[in-house]
Design a protein around this ligand. Structure first.
Ligand SMILES: [Zn+2]
Length: 331
């Protein structure tokens, strides 16, 4: 079965699904690879202060286009790229609960993780009182002590039949009030800003001007832990292209061309609290937290990247990133 493409969702409307790009897990940890090295994760959820990744059921992303460089079709592609990066990290978090980042909202468009979607779908179709059973085999990441865990994609919530049924109260299973209110636009929580502990905000700035981190000419982007991400569209041109995302190529910004998915995945890593990892500077493929970007160099998430992600969900972790950090351009 190793390497075989498995059905990732019960929803056939693939246009509304953003797949987590499995090719960006490094070979030694590739999901469904029986020989994959297990990722050593200690214990279950940490006793310290939980990070947003662990705590938030909803991640509210606002793209702030300071330099007015990305039009509506561009914003759609950018949103897909952001979702695919969040999917990569989130599916590598063994210490997170299945409710962590269930929902992601980007510029008012709501996305639901595919595993939760499929559990709800199964429970609806089989009149179950609990939505716990995941009906299909999925790609799995191998965590040493915590076993193999599934990889989730994101589905556009408003276009799903499951959402419609839940919002017309056809489900027998009980749901978290907050998740239901966000999914069904019920008014018991404010819409604009994050209404509760269940929600966390991530602003993404397009342009040098932003209140969180300083971008010099040699920096492609920056990210601050639990704060914000900024892309240097004044000095770099971002290419939106992906093997597994069905998006047409597009660019925004001005300057030397860099890959958006690489940049975003690196900065999301900083946002989750990861520092740079420059141990494999001579490897042909860069680990995603390497501090430099060289044109043409492939990248992937390593065993160490995911090990650190699982440490960084504890805000008291001693090696957690404490100020902002960036990605430099290597000529
Ligand atoms: Zn960096």
């Amino acid at each position: 079965m190793s390497g075989e493409l498995v059905k990732r969702t019960t929803d056939n409307r693939e246009d509304f699904l953003v797949a987590t790009p499995l090719e960006h897990y490094c070979n030694n940890i590739a999901p469904n690879n029986r020989a994959a090295e297990p990722i050593p994760i200690l214990g279950n959820q940490p006793a310290g202060v939980p990070s947003p990744l662990l705590r938030a059921k909803l991640l509210k992303i606002k793209i702030i286009d300071v330099s007015r460089t990305c039009d509506k079709p561009c914003l759609e592609k950018l949103s897909s790229t952001i979702l695919s990066s969040i999917g990569l990290w989130r599916s590598g978090c063994a210490r997170c609960s299945s409710a962590s980042l269930n929902l992601v909202e980007i510029n008012n468009s709501l996305w639901l993780d595919s595993i939760t979607h499929d559990k709800w779908s199964y429970a609806l179709n089989n009149s179950r009182k609990y939505a716990q059973y995941d009906p299909h085999s999925v790609s799995r990441v191998n965590f040493a002590n915590l076993g193999r865990q599934p990889v989730a994609d994101y589905i556009r919530a408003k276009m799903s039949k499951v959402t419609n049924k839940i919002c017309s109260r056809e489900n027998l299973f009980t749901m978290n009030d907050f998740v239901e209110s966000q999914l069904c636009n019920r008014n018991n929580f404010a819409k604009e800003s994050c209404p509760s502990e269940d929600c966390f905000e991530l602003p993404i700035y397009l342009g040098k001007e932003n209140p969180y981190c300083e971008l010099t000419e040699s920096k492609i982007a920056c990210g601050s832990p639990d704060g914000a991400i900024a892309l240097n569209t004044d000095n770099y041109k971002f290419l939106m292209r992906s093997k597994s995302l069905k998006i047409e190529n597009g660019t925004f910004g001005e300057g030397p061309t860099v890959l958006l998915q690489h940049t975003i995945t690196h900065e999301v890593g900083h946002w989750f609290g990861l520092q740079h990892d420059n141990d494999d500077a001579i490897e042909a493929v860069a680990n995603i937290m390497f501090d430099g970007y060289s044109r043409g160099r492939e990248w992937c998430l390593t065993l160490n990247n995911l090990k650190e992600l699982n440490e960084a969900v504890d805000k008291n972790w001693k090696d957690r990133l404490s100020s902002n950090s960036g990605l430099r351009y290597i000529k």
